[in-house]
Design a protein around this ligand. Structure first.
Ligand code: ATP
Ligand code: MG
Length: 402
């Protein structure tokens, strides 16, 4: 086969001016991590492209994984050849001869990134096009909707020829925007919120509260499985599992039932914020959606959010449940979230939680006991699990595209 590289194009990164190098380095690192299992691959980059040399690896499984890496606008199989007019003409011809069939159409779109290359793009288009027409049969030019868009990028070190583009996931490279803590429950919403935060370049560490023996090992496993579903987008993820039983029991004992939800959320947020500080995070991400449940009214959010100054990002704040479920299906978290295991919040769910809790009241209820000691204890006894993206997964939809 002719193709020996994958050429990766960036989206928004290109507009980031001074930060560009940092962005490219981060994207390259993320790609390398996601493609870790393909050991023969080698990587290089310029200010606006990343090149992956295949060294004999098959494209399909790599392409499937690349489709999920944020920060990529599009990518293509590419042939690398010498930046020389005759060599380019011959390589382009060979590529068409190998892949196009009689009746197919093509066009040539050259781009001269190396301005010292003696042939201007227009002329390159004409010369390469004529060369292909002269040496093939039954293949014609169609500039509007060609079967093959022979794109030629002429650079100083080499020229790259591609014929088909695959759409990337868009967004910004995970980690380029700094680190945030994702409050990850076993529900539908928080994994989707995590996905969206990753899409905008956040690096995510997950925090999960569990309350044995009220919640089971299987409930914990569910959360780890959800985190695993996010790793194709970020390579790997740390999940901090925080024991929450003692705090929940104390809330149950101390805080009137209709305020227990508000108090539970405040404790979770406080703990997450302490973990964030330890881990040098800059923000917290939740799966909250305005008005969805009692704890997600504006009054509740105000009473809960009051425990921290840290930005709390809520990517789903304006989305409906049905929209969230649809996204959950797209990122394959839906079928895990639907498993019936109990969450620590459902155990002590009050029959009628306050939808308009008063801050002074919840503060007073909490003031009679020493929650801070328990919070410190919870943070100190958390368990951290690293979830990686080692397993390959099949996606027939995507492999059929190539
Ligand atoms: P989800 O579908 O994410 O569980 P939800 O609609 O069920 O959300 P809540 O259960 O009220 O809403 O939770 C609101 C948010 O609080 C969640 O999206 C999540 O970010 C956080 N959260 C809830 N429970 C936990 C938990 N056990 N561990 C960590 N975070 C949690
Ligand atoms: Mg929930």
């Amino acid at each position: 086969m002719q193709y020996d590289h994958i050429l990766v194009r960036f989206g928004e990164i290109s507009t980031k001016g001074r930060n560009r190098k940092q962005f490219v380095d981060r994207l390259k690192k993320n790609i390398q991590q996601v493609l870790e299992e393909f050991e023969a691959l080698t990587y290089s980059s310029t200010r606006d492209r990343i090149y992956i040399q295949l060294n004999g690896e098959a494209f399909e499984p790599i392409g499937t994984k690349l489709k999920r890496v944020f920060g990529i606008q599009s990518f293509s199989l590419a042939v690398r050849c010498k930046s020389d007019l005759d060599v380019i003409k011959e390589s382009a011809l060979k590529t068409i001869q190998e892949y196009a069939a009689e009746g197919n159409t093509f066009k040539v779109s050259a781009r001269r990134a190396d301005k010292n290359f003696p042939v201007p793009a227009d002329q390159l288009n004409r010369e390469v096009g004529a060369h292909i027409l002269k040496n093939t049969e039954g293949i014609t030019v169609n500039v509007r909707q060609p079967d093959y868009d022979v794109r030629i990028e002429v650079r100083e070190e080499a020229a790259f020829i591609t014929t088909k583009d695959e759409l990337g996931a868009g967004g910004l490279p995970a980690g380029a925007s700094g680190k945030a803590m994702l409050m990850l429950s076993g529900g539908f919403d928080s994994p989707v919120a995590g996905y969206l935060a990753l899409k905008r370049g956040a690096e995510i560490e997950a925090v999960h509260f569990f309350s044995p023996p009220y919640t089971s090992e299987r409930a914990k496993q569910k959360v780890l499985d959800l985190a695993k579903q996010l790793t194709p987008y970020c390579g790997q993820m740390l999940v901090h599992i925080v024991p929450f039983t003692k705090i929940q029991e104390l809330i149950h004992k101390q805080v009137p039932e209709n305020y227990s939800m508000t108090s539970t959320r405040r404790m979770m947020l406080k703990i997450t914020d302490q973990i964030r500080e330890k881990r040098n995070g800059l923000a917290i991400v939740t799966g909250e959606s305005l008005g969805q449940v009692a704890s997600q009214t504006l009054q509740s959010m105000q009473a809960i959010n009051e425990v921290t100054q840290t930005p709390v990002l809520r990517p789903l704040i304006t989305t409906d449940k049905l929209e969230i479920m649809e996204m959950a299906r797209q990122i394959d978290t839906h079928d895990i979230s639907i498993r019936p295991y109990e969450d620590c919040c459902t155990i002590f769910t009050p029959a009628a939680p306050k939808t308009k809790p008063k801050l002074e009241k919840v503060e007073r209820f909490e003031s009679f006991v020493d929650f801070d000691t328990l919070i410190t204890e919870a943070v100190n006894s958390m368990e951290t699990i690293k979830i990686t993206n080692k397993d390959t997964f099949e996606d027939p939809m995507i492999s059929s595209l190539f």
